[in-house]
Design a binder for this molecule. Structure first.
Ligand SMILES: Cc1cc2nc3c(=O)[nH]c(=O)nc-3n(C[C@H](O)[C@H](O)[C@H](O)COP(=O)(O)OP(=O)(O)OC[C@H]3O[C@@H](n4cnc5c(N)ncnc54)[C@H](O)[C@@H]3O)c2cc1C
Length: 271
């Protein structure tokens, strides 16, 4: 789609050049920005892909870092030696974006998290694996935000105007956990109406993430595999269920309980 109010396009090469002028917006892959009309106030784009960040970088602790500009195709191509027993969850995350070859090769993981749709699979992946989001603040500072605190609501995050999501850091230990994933939608190839992911660590701890049916992700943590009732009671306080054209609230909430229980059972066997 033509963005008729956009008059300028910049390709920064350094952090200093990333500072946004009035009217400028950050551009990742543009698969959202160019798919829908933008407010007339958006008059310029600043292309993050010109920064030349390496898409996937091994970390000293054995974890890995994904640059914000890592595309879904690059995410899918990460070797299993890097993602270890969590490899299935990376594959499921990469496949969750039901899109054409063009979108697949252009959409970025940082754009996905910054856009913060409830169906942001990158957010689910990051939450399930205890990842941290590295943010470059507009005022020149830096901060690290736990992935589970990054998205605050439907299309809202902790990012302020001009803040840049620089990278997503995956620590080593959760990559050695066993994972499970469920998602559901009204149509076989429709956008996810809900998603649940789980991780069982070698020491038995269980993490369950619910998203897509709620305005922001929820991360539930247990010292071991809980009883079904304990898991259900941990879900009960969630109060941001919502419904829209992807599915009714009650249906999405009911399937979230079901998916969490399926994940509990699946990972109970993965000791
Ligand atoms: C066919 C199709 C299917 C889709 N399916 C899904 C889906 O299932 N789930 C889903 O969540 N989305 C979906 N999307 C929406 C979107 O394409 C994806 O979320 C994609 O990953 C966005 O990444 P991008 O790099 O293209 O973002 P862009 O369009 O470049 O940017 C999206 C927003 O994030 C901001 N932004 C981008 N990068 C950064 C950064 N590093 N720091 C700060 N702000 C930034 C931009 O300013 C903009 O506001 C779909 C889109 C299409 C066209």
């Amino acid at each position: 789609m033509d963005l008729v109010h956009v008059r300028s396009m910049r390709t920064p090469r350094s952090r200093a050049e990333l500072a946004l002028a009035p009217g400028e917006a950050l551009l990742g892959g543009g698969t959202y920005l160019f798919s829908t009309p933008q407010p007339p106030e958006v008059t310029g784009l600043v292309d993050l892909t010109a920064m030349g960040w390496r898409a996937v970088v091994p970390r000293d602790d054995g974890g890995l870092r994904l640059a914000a500009t890592c595309t879904w195709a690059q995410l899918a191509a990460i070797p299993e030696t890097a993602t270890r027993t969590a490899a299935p969850l990376f594959r499921q995350a990469a496949r969750a974006l039901l899109a054409s070859f063009k979108v697949w090769n252009t959409a970025t993981v940082g754009g996905n998290m910054a856009l913060a749709y409830p169906a942001s699979m990158m957010t689910v992946l990051a939450c399930a694996l205890d990842a941290t989001v590295r943010v470059w603040d507009a005022d020149g500072g830096k901060r690290r935000v736990p992935a589970e605190d990054f998205v605050t609501g439907d299309m809202t995050t902790v990012l302020g105007p001009g803040d840049v999501l620089r990278a997503i850091d995956f620590p080593a230990a959760p990559l050695d956990g066993r994972t499970a994933f469920r998602s559901w939608s009204k149509a076989p190839l429709g956008r996810a109406a809900g998603m649940a992911a789980g991780r069982r660590d070698a020491d038995g701890r269980l993490t369950v993430v619910l998203a897509g049916a709620t305005t922001h992700p929820y991360v539930l943590r247990f010292d071991g595999v809980p009883e079904a009732l304990e898991l259900a009671r941990a879900i009960d306080p969630i109060d941001t269920w919502f419904g829209d054209q992807q599915g009714a609230l009650e249906w999405r909430r009911a399937l979230s309980y079901l998916a969490a229980e399926e994940i509990r059972l699946e990972l109970a066997e993965a000791a």
